[in-house]
Design a protein around this ligand. Structure first.
Ligand SMILES: *Cc1c(COP(=O)(O)O)cnc(C)c1O
Length: 230
């Protein structure tokens, strides 16, 4: 089942990239939160190497248990006191939404002697999530992060609200893409807009048409999550 789902997703992702205006490459991040190692290994055996978790503890236990060539993505809200546990284990942190959090990551990255790639989470819709920085505060955050030695901004992330019709979220993805173009034009040191992390199981096609380069897909790969077992 996981195998078939990934096969279908890969096709849908290429089709959506072709249908859009940007012709970009899209990375599929398999969101494995709540799912056991065996299911992750099924996806791994299909060639998936990018996995997303939203809780530090869960990421850590899977990190220890699973192959070392997995690229772990932290996609959920990150508390500052937990940064020290993951700073040398994550490939990309998608959910940085404050200067304080970026400063803590910088501090811990220096201690561990590592470079950390991050995305800034932007709250475009103000509906689904209380997390994410307001777009009006984005540029000043980026300027502050740009002088950091170990933290490197690679792009932006957003979470669209759940809707029956993903077309309702198209404007959100378009707005994030436009923001990234505007920021790119500013040519701020140490700030790249290479990655746009947007699109989940319900809306990844629309997100890709609007320029997403990284989709975070859980349910469409692994099926429904059962939160009662963890
Ligand atoms: C859980 C989660 C996803 C995956 O959602 P699905 O609808 O299962 O694809 C994507 N992004 C974030 C931030 C999540 O927490």
């Amino acid at each position: 089942m996981i195998k078939d789902n990934i096969c279908i997703l890969n096709e849908e992702i290429s089709a959506a990239a072709k249908a859009g205006r940007f012709g970009q490459d899209v990375t599929l991040v398999a969101v494995s939160k709540t799912h056991p190692a065996e299911m992750i290994m099924e996806a791994y055996d299909e060639g998936i190497r990018d996995f997303g978790e939203n809780k530090v503890q869960e990421l850590l236990s899977k990190y220890d248990e699973l192959p070392s060539d997995i690229r772990w993505h932290l996609i959920g809200h990150l508390q500052r006191n937990k940064v020290k546990y993951i700073v040398d284990k994550v490939w990309l942190i998608h959910s940085v939404d404050s200067l304080k959090l970026a400063e803590t990551i910088e501090e811990q990255a220096a201690i561990h002697g590592v470079d950390v790639n991050i995305l800034i989470q932007v709250n475009i819709s103000h509906e689904e999530s209380k997390f994410g920085i307001d777009k009006d505060e984005l540029i000043s955050l980026l300027r502050a992060v740009s002088i950091m030695k170990h933290v490197h901004v690679q792009g932006l992330m957003t979470i669209a609200p759940f809707t029956e019709d993903p077309e309702e979220c198209r404007w959100i993805f378009r707005e994030l893409k436009n923001l990234s173009i505007d920021i790119d034009a500013l040519k701020i040191d140490n700030i790249r807009m290479k990655i746009l992390s947007m699109g989940m199981s319900g809306d990844y096609r629309v997100a890709i048409e609007e320029g997403s380069t990284m989709v975070r897909v859980g349910t469409a790969i692994f099926g429904q999550r059962d939160y009662t077992i963890i």
